[in-house]
Design a protein around this ligand. Structure first.
Ligand SMILES: NC(=O)c1ccc[n+]([C@@H]2O[C@H](COP(=O)([O-])OP(=O)(O)OC[C@H]3O[C@@H](n4cnc5c(N)ncnc54)[C@H](O)[C@@H]3O)[C@@H](O)[C@H]2O)c1
Ligand SMILES: O=C(O)CC[C@@H](O)C(=O)O
Length: 528
C-alpha cells in the first residue's frame, strides 16, 4: 500500500509508516498536482497547509484514509470523504500542551508588551516608560470553549491567581466544576473578561462569533488571545475595536487566510502580538501528533476501528477496553450470517448478553455489518461507511441488550431475516481474545472462524459425514477439522468442516445432492 505525506510531519511518524508501507514525502504540491497523483495512494497525511478538497477526494480512487497530524480538520472536506467511505482521522491530543503553553505565552507577551519592547531593543532603543504592562493576578480570564486546550489554559491561569469564567454549552457542568471553573453564558463572559481566550473549533456556529456586535458587549480594555482558528474572530471588526480602544491588545496565532494576507488590517497595528500558526510547533508535539496519526493510519489500513476517526462517533477508553476484543469475532459473525442467508437481507438484530450489554456497542454492531456487507459488495466496506450502506440497502438494524446470560460471560447473537429465510449466529470470546462461534441456526457448535468452513445441516443418521468426506477426498480437498453440532430437538444435526481450500461449485452441488443433506454453505473467512 502507498502513503502520501503531503505536509511536513515529524520523522518518527514517517519512519513508523515506512515499517508497514511504501511512503512518498512530497510537500507543497500545487492543488492540480495533488489531484493528478492522488489516485495512486491508499492514505494521505497532512497538517494544515494542504487543502483536501472535494476535487481531491473525488480523484482519489484508492484512498482509504486521510490522517491529519493535529486537531482541526477544517482543511479537509470531511463530508465528501465520509460519502466515499474514506476515514478521516486526527491526532487530537499530541499538541494540546503545546497549544496551551503557546496561549499562556501569548497572554503574558500581551500583558507585558514583550514583542514590542524586544523590537525597540533590537532597533538600539532603551524605552522603559513606553511599555507599562498589566498583571494577570486578580484578573478575570474568559475562556470560550472548555475542551482539552481550554481546560489546560484554565488550570494554568488559576495557578497565576486569575479568576476563570467559561462559556461552553456542550461541556458537562460537573467537569467544569471539578476544574474550578464557573460555566456562564457567552454575554456574561464577554462583559466580565479582562482577558478573553478562544479554544473553539471553527464551525458554522462559531464563524464570526466575535464580530462588531460582540466587541460592543465586552469590557473596555479587554485583551484577546486566539490560538484556536482564524475566522472565529472577524479580523476587520477586531482591528476597529483595537483602534477604538475597546480592545487594549490582541495576541493572534491563527488567521482567516493563512499564510496571512499582506493587507490584513492587524499587521498595521502596534497593540497586537502575532505568530504564524505556531500553537502546535514544539518538538514534542510534532513527534506526538506524527506518531499518533501514523498509528491511526496503520489501524485504518488493517481494517481495524480507529479511535481517532472524526467521521465516526468517538469511543471513550473505558468503553473501548470492553468492546475492542469483540470487533474481529463480530465481523466474522456478520460474514457467516450473510453466507447462511439466502435472499435479500432486510433485518439484522444484534443481541448483546452479559456485561457487554452495559456499554455503547454501536461499533461492534458496525463490525457485524462490515463483515456482512464486504463479501457481497464491490466497494470496500469499512467502519465509516458500513451503517450508511446498510441503510441505503434498506436493511433495518436493531440492537437488543440484556445483562442476563446463560452459558457465557458475554454473548453476541446476530439474527438476519431475508425475504426468504431467517438465520442466527452466536459468538463469544474464549479467554480474553479468542473469538468463537458457539451457535449456528440453533445448533450448538464451537468453531474458530478462520479459513474455509463447510457448513451442512443434515438428517441425524449414520454415514452423513463420511459421504461428504468422501466427495471432498475425491477432489483432493483436505479436511483440517470437523465437528457435529446438535440442537435440543432430535432429528437433525449440523456438520462444520474446516477445509484447506476453496470447494468448486460442481463439488458443492454434489454435496448438496447427498441424500439427507439439508443444505450446504461454504464460508471463506479470509476474504473480507
Ligand atoms: N494554534 C494551533 O496550532 C492549534 C493547535 C491545536 C489546536 N488548535 C485549535 O484549538 C481549538 C481547540 O482545540 P481542543 O483540542 O481544545 O478542542 P476540543 O474539541 O477539546 O475543545 C473544543 C471545545 O469547544 C466547545 N465548543 C464547540 N462549539 C462551541 C460553541 N459554539 N460555543 C462554545 N463552545 C463550543 C466544545 O464543547 C469543546 O469543549 C481547535 O480549534 C483546534 O483546531 C490550534
Ligand atoms: O499543524 C499545525 O502546525 C497546526 C495544528 C493545529 O492547528 C491543530 O489544529 O492541531
Amino acid at each position: 500500500m502507498r502513503i502520501l505525506v503531503a505536509d511536513p510531519v515529524s520523522a518518527e511518524g514517517v519512519k513508523l509508516l515506512e515499517q508497514h508501507f511504501e511512503v512518498d514525502v512530497r510537500h507543497k504540491l500545487p492543488p492540480e498536482e495533488l489531484i493528478r497523483v492522488i489516485p495512486a495512494y491508499d492514505a494521505l497525511v497532512v497538517r494544515s497547509e494542504t487543502k483536501v478538497t472535494k476535487a481531491v477526494i473525488d480523484a482519489a480512487a484508492n484512498l482509504k484514509v486521510i490522517g491529519r497530524a493535529g486537531v482541526g480538520v477544517d482543511n479537509i472536506d470531511v463530508e465528501a470523504a465520509t460519502k466515499r467511505g474514506i476515514i478521516v482521522l486526527n491526532a487530537p491530543e499530541g499538541n494540546t500542551v503545546a497549544a496551551t503553553e503557546h496561549t499562556m505565552a501569548m497572554m503574558l507577551a500581551l500583558a507585558r508588551n514583550i514583542p514590542q519592547a524586544h523590537a525597540t531593543m533590537k532597533a538600539g532603543e532603551w524605552q522603559r516608560s513606553k511599555f507599562m504592562g498589566v498583571e494577570l493576578r486578580g484578573k478575570t480570564l474568559g475562556i470560550l470553549g472548555l475542551g482539552r486546550i481550554g481546560a489546560g489554559v484554565a488550570k494554568r491561569a488559576m495557578a497565576m491567581e486569575m479568576t476563570v469564567l467559561a462559556y461552553d454549552p456542550f461541556i458537562n457542568a460537573d467537569n467544569a466544576k471539578a476544574l474550578g471553573v464557573e460555566l456562564v453564558e457567552l454575554d456574561e463572559v464577554l462583559a466580565a473578561a479582562d482577558f478573553l481566550t478562544l479554544h473553539l473549533p471553527l464551525t458554522a456556529d462559531t464563524r464570526g462569533l466575535l464580530g462588531q456586535d460582540a466587541f460592543k458587549r465586552m469590557k473596555r480594555g479587554v485583551r484577546i488571545i486566539n490560538c484556536a482558528r482564524g475566522g472565529i474572530i472577524d479580523e476587520g471588526a477586531l482591528a476597529q475595536a483595537l483602534q477604538d480602544g475597546i480592545v487594549a491588545g490582541a495576541a493572534i496565532d491563527v488567521f482567516e487566510k493563512e499564510p496571512i494576507d499582506p493587507n490584513n488590517p492587524l499587521l498595521g497595528l502596534n497593540n497586537v502580538v502575532l505568530t504564524p500558526h505556531l500553537g502546535a510547533s514544539t518538538a514534542e508535539a510534532q513527534v506526538g501528533v506524527a506518531v499518533d496519526v501514523a498509528r491511526g493510519i496503520i489501524a485504518a489500513l488493517r481494517g481495524e476501528p480507529v479511535t481517532t476517526a472524526v467521521n465516526l462517533a468517538p469511543i471513550p477508553p473505558h468503553v473501548l477496553e470492553v468492546i475492542q476484543p469483540y470487533f474481529k469475532v463480530a465481523e466474522k459473525m456478520g460474514c457467516l450470517a450473510v453466507h447462511l442467508a439466502d435472499g435479500r437481507i432486510s433485518v439484522v438484530d444484534v443481541e448483546y448478553n452479559g456485561d457487554i450489554s452495559e456499554v455503547d456497542t454501536r461499533l461492534v454492531t458496525t463490525a457485524v455489518l462490515k463483515g456482512m456487507l464486504n463479501p457481497i459488495l464491490q466497494e470496500k466496506v469499512n467502519y465509516v461507511n458500513a451503517p450508511g450502506i446498510a441503510k441505503a440497502r434498506g436493511i433495518k438494524v436493531k440492537e437488543i441488550k440484556s445483562k442476563e446470560t446463560a452459558n457465557f460471560a458475554n454473548l453476541i447473537t446476530v439474527r438476519v431475516r431475508t425475504d426468504k429465510t431467517a438465520h442466527m449466529v452466536a459468538g463469544t470470546l474464549f479467554g480474553k481474545t479468542e473469538g468463537r462461534i458457539v451457535m449456528i441456526d440453533g445448533y450448538r457448535v464451537d468453531v474458530e472462524p478462520e479459513g474455509w468452513l463447510l457448513i451442512g445441516p443434515h438428517i441425524d443418521k449414520p454415514g452423513m459425514v463420511g459421504k461428504v468426506g468422501t466427495i471432498l477426498g475425491e477432489h483432493n480437498i483436505n479436511i483440517a477439522g470437523m465437528q457435529v453440532g446438535r440442537t435440543e430437538q432430535a432429528g437433525t444435526n449440523i456438520m462444520v468442516m474446516a477445509v484447506e481450500s476453496d470447494i468448486p461449485t460442481p463439488v458443492m452441488l454434489r454435496i448438496k445432492a447427498v441424500d439427507g443433506i439439508l443444505g450446504a454453505k461454504l464460508v471463506n473467512f479470509n476474504a473480507g
